[in-house]
Each structure stands twice: as C-alpha cells, then as structure tokens.
Design a protein around this ligand. Sequence first.
Ligand SMILES: Cc1ncc(COP(=O)(O)O)c(C=O)c1O
Length: 298
Amino acid sequence: MVDKTQYIWIDGEMKKLSESKVPFLTHSFHYGSGVFEGIRCYKTENGRAIFRLSDHIERLFFSAETMGLKINFSQKEIEEVIKKLIKKNNLEECYIRPLIWHGEKMGMDPVDTPVHFGIAVWEWTKYLKKDEVKVGISKVMKTHPQTTVLGAKISGHYVNSVLASRETKSRGFDEGLLLDFEGNIAEGPVENIIFCKGKEIHTPTIKSILPGLTRASVLTIAEDLGYKIFERDIKPEELKDFDEAFFVGTAVEINSIASIDDFYFTGKDGKTFKKLKEIFVQVIHGENDKYEKWLSRL
Ligand SMILES: Cc1ncc(COP(=O)(O)O)c(C=O)c1O
C-alpha cells in the first residue's frame, strides 16, 4: 500500500518515510489524542486534483482545536505542503493522511506537550473490495455523542470503528453498520450511509455521526437533481421501506449496499445510486464544471 511513498512531511520538513520514528512515550500513541483527515487526490484530464481539500483542512483544524493541539501553520500553508508532497512522491492518484498529535508526555492533560504535525500520501485504491457489500448491524454501539465531540476526527474515536468492523466481519459481513444510543442507524466504521425511496433521499441526522464531506457533496448533487432530502432518525425496522442504500465517504467513495443483516435491497434497478455515482465520478475526475469548485488543482 505504501510502497510507492518515499517522502512524508513532518513538522515543516520533507523526510524519507523510513526515517520517521515515534518515541514510545508519545501521548497520542497511548491515549488516542491525535486528530487526522483522510483526503483523496484524483487524476483528471488537466492534471491532478484534490477533492474538497480546503474543507478537509478546515475540519482538521477544528478537530485540532477540540483536542487542544496548537498548530504553527496556516490552513493555506498545509494545503500547499500537501500539493508539494504529492508531486515529490510522484503519485498520480493517492490518499492523503495528515495527522496532528501530542508528543512525549504521560497523564491525561496534555498541556504544554509538544505538538507534531505529519502528512503522508500513498496509493490506496478501493477500500471496500466489492461493488455491492453485505452489511451487518454491529453489536458495538456508536460512541454516544455526549462522551466526545463526534464532529471532530479524533484518533481515539476509531477504537469504536475497529471494534465494530472486527465484530461484523467475524460474522461474515463485508462491512459493519453502527446504531446510535437510541437505536437509530448512525453510520459505518469509516463512512456515512444514504437510503433512497423513489425521488426521496433519507439519511441519518448529524447527531451521532461524523458529518462527512462526501455525504454533503452527494446530498447536494441529489438535491440539484430534484431529489427531496430527509435528514432524520432512521430505525433498522424501516429498511424494508427503502429501494436502495449506499455508503459514502473519502475511503469508500460511493459504494452500493446489497443487504443489511438479512434484508436485501431487491427488485429495484439501483437507478438513484447509478445516477449519483455517475455524477460523483465525473466530479472527482474534473469532468463536471458545475462542481469544479470542489477541486483543488495541483
Ligand atoms: C466515522 C466516519 N464517518 C464518515 C466518514 C466520511 O467522511 P468524509 O466523507 O468527510 O470522508 C468518515 C471518514 O472520514 C469516518 O471516519
């Protein structure tokens, strides 16, 4: 996966990946107190383009503020570093992973801890290996929103995702789906979920999820196509009312769902998913002028 990555950027310097070492007593290594982003760069007819770069960096800075991580770079500087790093690694399409973390200090309050900022880029093709995935509702509940700030992308949140992923995969599913503290459908371990019913789009509210940028983009595209959007609480018992379901997120991009537990989305031709996917794929590859504003060109 990372074999084509030669260089990473850490605290203002380009370094060989092989030279990066993290001291054992690093706060974020022990307690999950770092914050990160997942971003993708795509090949287009006019060179490479990063999807929603500024929005991702804005969320990264918000996450950092949430965890008391002081950043000595501006958002614009980080955007430029990312572009430089992709060029330096000579990658055409890649996944981009900025991570900010608390350095060497033990104990809960990381006050006065040195803060570090690293960025890696690597070739990462499909996250979900099948075009239509079988999804299982996880026995692991989505982290309660009052126990953290779910809108921040904090490393520690992903313990919840790893557990849900492992639990559902151990039962033979391709991917998991977490319910929130009220039994509503929340999201997948690293992706949001969208349901369709005729010309309606239904998706969980942002109460118990990471409000994804892919989700926001796909909802905008759907709305522009005339679909009515409903952001609301959705219970698993309602699955039978929907024609189609799919996951959205930077890692999974837009990926169809064949079934959830023993309910199969059958008898429909996946019309809405196909339409939305077609436009989304055009957008990320710079073939749709209407949403060109979402691309940062290298
Ligand atoms: C838990 C979770 N939900 C949803 C998403 C999708 O967010 P985005 O579309 O901004 O990548 C991600 C990925 O960042 C995630 O980790």
